[in-house]
Design a protein around this ligand. Structure first.
Ligand SMILES: C[S@@+](CC[C@H](N)C(=O)[O-])C[C@H]1O[C@@H](n2cnc3c(N)ncnc32)[C@H](O)[C@@H]1O
Length: 218
């Protein structure tokens, strides 16, 4: 482990999650968005030529299915965005994000695998602007919805933290968070975003529950 920063209830670790994980305690929820391994496929075409996709080949190496199975055992509840890219056990409870697609050559939806025996749920949310500079930054509201929908509380772990979106959601919701990120550039961005979230004092879920967010799982 090369570096660690604590901001409020958020602990951010710069390192490889395969090395860091054995040193961490069990948590209440693993909520993550692992690299899908699309790096090389995103290098061409109109969008692939953009500067922000050049970094994909560096960080977008798909983790082994075994690692995700180990991760699912680190908590009672597990939510893996992009779970459809991995060989995970059958689940009847998927979280589906309808991206209200403005870009028709991109996917209409993204899916999260969960280890819950519950109904599949859906949210409709625009992708928004990747303000952090991370090419696969998720909307903060998506992570907040994920946490609320699986009715998680306590301590949340994101071992592929990227620009820290899960941590920002936890800071806003008053949850404890541990995030691991391997790339220095994104680790620094995550620290800054989480620090800003604390400065804004948003220690509660943002806004009223959206219509599509009603009917949490349990
Ligand atoms: C899909 S991105 C996550 C994006 C994040 N959801 C966000 O909103 O910014 C996956 C991240 O995992 C990181 N990563 C890849 N392999 C890793 C590993 N073995 N340990 C820790 N981080 C890793 C990559 O650098 C990348 O930033």
């Amino acid at each position: 482990m090369s570096e660690e920063v604590t901001i409020g209830d958020c602990r951010l670790i710069l390192g490889d999650c395969r090395e860091v994980l054995p040193t961490l305690p069990m948590v209440d929820l693993v909520l993550t968005d692992p690299p899908y391994g699309l790096g090389k496929r995103m290098q061409g075409g109109t969008w692939g030529g953009a500067q922000k996709y050049k970094d994909l080949v560096i960080w977008d190496s798909r983790p082994a299915d075994d690692l995700l199975l180990v991760l699912a055992k680190r908590a009672k509840k597990a939510v893996f965005w992009g779970g459809n890219y991995f060989a995970l056990p059958p689940s009847r409870c998927w979280l589906v994000w309808d991206k209200q697609n403005a870009v028709q050559t991109m996917a209409d939806c993204e899916m999260a695998w969960t280890n819950l025996d519950a109904n599949t749920k859906r949210i409709s949310l625009p992708v928004g602007i990747h303000a952090s500079g991370h090419p696969s930054e998720k909307p903060v509201r998506l992570m907040e919805w994920s946490i609320r929908t699986v009715r998680a509380s306590g301590h949340v772990l994101d071992p592929f933290a990227g620009s820290g979106t899960t941590g920002v959601a936890c800071a806003r919701m008053g949850l404890q968070f541990t995030g691991i990120e391997r790339e220095r550039k994104y680790f620094d961005i995550a620290c800054e975003r989480i620090d800003n979230a604390y400065r804004q004092g948003q220690m509660f879920p943002s806004g009223p529950i959206h219509k599509q967010e009603q009917g949490a799982l349990i």
